[in-house]
Design a protein around this ligand. Structure first.
Ligand SMILES: C[S@@+](CC[C@H](N)C(=O)[O-])C[C@H]1O[C@@H](n2cnc3c(N)ncnc32)[C@H](O)[C@@H]1O
Length: 364
């Protein structure tokens, strides 16, 4: 078996001029390559209260503590009432200067955790984690890698979503709703991660085209949401054009696919759009088209995650399970077709017999 430690490194950690540390490719990395699959340094359960952070901090080994403490940190403001609650909580254990430093450690830990953590599981259902390499990756609104917590293998993975050249920085997107326009992205990134984004998308000379695509994606998304919730009176989206019927909504999803691809958004958004195309094609009775879209979804899923997707079985979330489902439907259709043919055959024979009898009678 090949020793992974002997393989040439795909990337290295470098200090940048304006973004702190970041990860940089040491060789060309083809689309779909799994760049890392790593274990967390620390995981906090969902909805951990700030007043409980110290419990997790105290449980860390010296090695975990050192790796964690080296990470970047944004100086989030903490309300005086919350500071008071942390203090009260820690008073049971510490006093005097030890109490002051325990409070300071708790705040420090909170800031590092919030700056560097990533959700694990669907909408953070498994909590949030700090991962040694993920936590060193900078943001881009047009990322070149996809990161996800893969529950099947229990690791955070990073995959190349396009061919990456040696020397390029590996950049992911910190924002889930990647169709945010420039202003909204800047606001979110500044508030949460304390920086002004000057990524490829934000500094694009064809900025207007990108902005128009994102605005169009937002409008399509809103119209589709109104149609799919079957609530044309959603006041929030008043005045929003809405697809007329299923054929129309399929064409809207197809436009989303085109725009996501043009924007280089080759991730969850694109695979979800392919799924909707596949579902509407099926609803409209176009089985072959539904399967073709499902295969495209699977291709994107593999690029972003690899093949270990058993955790996506429930509700056919994973593309391979959707494809299996489509296969079963077409098997059922084939059985029904065969039954119909058999029945029609019997009916034809009966009719022929009857006609022959009638002809014989009329000859007599
Ligand atoms: C998860 S850390 C990323 C690694 C970090 N650069 C380091 O030195 O460890 C997030 C922080 O990195 C910086 N950062 C990430 N993406 C950036 C970008 N596109 N422009 C400027 N700063 C960025 C911000 O300070 C942000 O709060």
């Amino acid at each position: 078996m090949e020793d992974p430690a002997a393989a040439p490194a795909l990337f290295e950690l470098r200090i940048t001029a304006d973004k702190g540390a970041g990860l940089f490719a040491l060789q060309d990395i083809p689309r779909g390559t799994r760049i890392t699959a790593e274990d967390p340094i620390l995981v906090l359960p969902p909805d951990t209260a700030l007043t409980d952070y110290h419990l997790h901090f105290e449980r860390m080994t010296p090695d975990q503590h050192n790796r964690f403490s080296e990470l970047a940190s944004v100086d989030y403001t903490i309300k005086p009432t919350l500071m008071q609650s942390i203090r009260q909580r820690l008073q049971a254990k510490y006093s005097g200067s030890a109490l002051d430093s325990a409070v300071a450690d708790c705040v420090k830990m909170y800031r590092i955790f919030k700056t560097n953590s990533v959700d694990m599981g669907m909408s953070g259902s498994l909590g949030a984690g700090i991962f040694p390499l993920y936590s060193r990756m900078n943001h881009s609104c047009r990322r070149n890698v996809h990161n996800t917590y893969n529950e099947t293998i229990g690791k955070e993975t990073i995959h190349a979503i396009r061919d990456i050249k040696a020397g390029e920085e590996l950049v992911t997107s910190y924002i889930h709703s990647s169709v945010l326009t420039y202003e909204d992205r800047q606001e979110t990134l500044h508030k949460r991660w304390g920086f002004e984004c000057r990524c490829e998308a934000c500094e694009d000379p064809k900025f207007e085209e990108s902005e128009q695509r994102r605005q169009r994606l937002q409008r399509l998304g809103k119209g589709i949401a109104v149609y799919e919730r079957n609530d044309r009176f959603l006041t929030h989206f008043a005045g929003q054009p809405v697809p007329r019927d299923d054929a129309d909504v399929l064409s809207w999803w197809e436009e989303c696919v085109r725009l996501f691809k043009e924007e280089g958004m080759v991730g969850y958004n694109l695979s979800a759009a392919y799924r909707r195309c596949s579902q509407y094609a099926l609803k409209l009775g176009h089985g072959a088209k539904a399967l073709a879209y499902a295969r495209k979804e699977l291709e994107i899923e593999r690029v972003c995650m690899g093949d270990e997707t058993d955790h996506l079985k429930e509700g056919m979330e994973g593309a391979k399970f959707w494809i299996e489902h489509l296969g079963k439907l077409s098997e059922q259709d084939a059985v029904i077709d065969r039954m119909n043919q058999k029945r029609e055959g019997k009916e034809d024979k009966k009719a022929a017999k009857k006609a022959a009898k009638k002809a014989a009678k009329s000859k007599q």
